[in-house]
Design a binder for this molecule. Structure first.
Ligand code: ADP
Length: 270
């Protein structure tokens, strides 16, 4: 497609711009004063932002064309969620946000692309941390739900359909929240609720647009809901393999790496 070609063509000169700005700031060709270094940092930051947008656009166009290859294999979504939580823990700590991992569906297995689904979960957890102020909480939990598949892959009602099992990952935060009338728009490309604050967060507004396409390519759904009394709850559902509809009793196991003892005040996360 045109978009894919253009994105690809934009990457080459941009990579060169980034490389030269790095060389300059490493003072390989001569000393720089503070002001010059600062200008170079801006060039580099803006360039990286542009690169992220181009990479995102490329992914989106591939997803739309159906040419983004999904490498699905059998795996445990809980393990993936735990890996993401472990990776994000230092970032949460740095922002003084408590990250809690309370997933329990240890035994649930289904087919998914671990790289792509990992990116989606990372994006959602990253957002939860990003949009939660100092002292806030982000919680990951899961459960198995039975739902009906609607026409558009919608989980909802279709009276004649057979209920299907889904793994549901919930990412809850008690941050700034999303106004109700904008709750669907955040899945549009480039949409940011408050671009002035978001710009400071360095996002591209493409993350959730890509996430939605990836999840839908898995036959699942992603949605945002309010978290009472404050914040946002993201629900990511991916279907069980056909024929794997029997309920599996869940075993509660606490991750050894998350969170350290004593960080949870026992205060149940709303
Ligand atoms: P980005 O994070 O790069 O801006 P996304 O597509 O990931 O782009 O998110 C789009 C917008 O949705 C964000 O800019 C933000 O306004 C809103 N958003 C996403 N997650 C949350 C959240 N947990 N709490 C509040 N707002 C959120």
């Amino acid at each position: 497609s045109l978009l894919a070609t253009v994105s690809h063509e934009l990457k080459t000169p941009l990579t060169s711009i980034l490389g030269y700005s790095e060389m300059l700031s490493e003072q390989l060709v001569g000393p720089l004063n503070d002001e010059q270094r600062e200008y170079l940092r801006t060039i580099h930051d803006r360039g990286m932002h542009l690169l992220n947008m181009i990479t995102g656009l490329l992914d989106m166009s591939k997803l739309e064309l159906g040419t983004l290859s999904m490498k699905r294999s059998n795996g445990k979504p809980l393990e993936l969620a735990r890996e993401v939580a472990t990776t994000m823990l230092p970032i949460a700590k740095k922002r003084n946000v408590t990250l809690l991992f309370e997933c329990t569906e240890e035994r649930f297995e289904t087919r998914f692309d671990p790289v792509r689904l990992g990116q989606v979960i990372t994006n959602v957890v990253e957002n939860a941390i990003k949009f939660t102020p100092d002292g806030g909480k982000v919680l990951l939990s899961d459960r198995i739900v039975e739902a009906y598949e609607g026409d558009e892959g919608d989980v909802g009602f279709a009276l004649t359909a057979v209920p299907k099992q889904f793994y549901e990952l919930r990412v809850l935060d008690n941050g700034v929240g999303i106004p109700e009338h904008l709750r669907d728009r955040i899945f549009d490309a480039f949409y940011q609720v408050d671009s002035s604050t978001t710009r400071g967060h360095g996002g591209t507004g493409l993350g959730l647009a890509i996430a939605k396409r990836v999840i839908e390519a898995h036959g699942g759904t992603i949605e945002a809901k309010p978290n009472e009394p404050q914040g946002t709850m993201f629900l990511i559902r991916i279907p069980a393999n056909d024929g794997a509809r029997k309920s599996i009793p869940s075993v509660a196991l606490f991750s050894s790496s998350l969170p350290p003892e004593g960080t949870d005040t026992g205060d149940p996360f709303p």
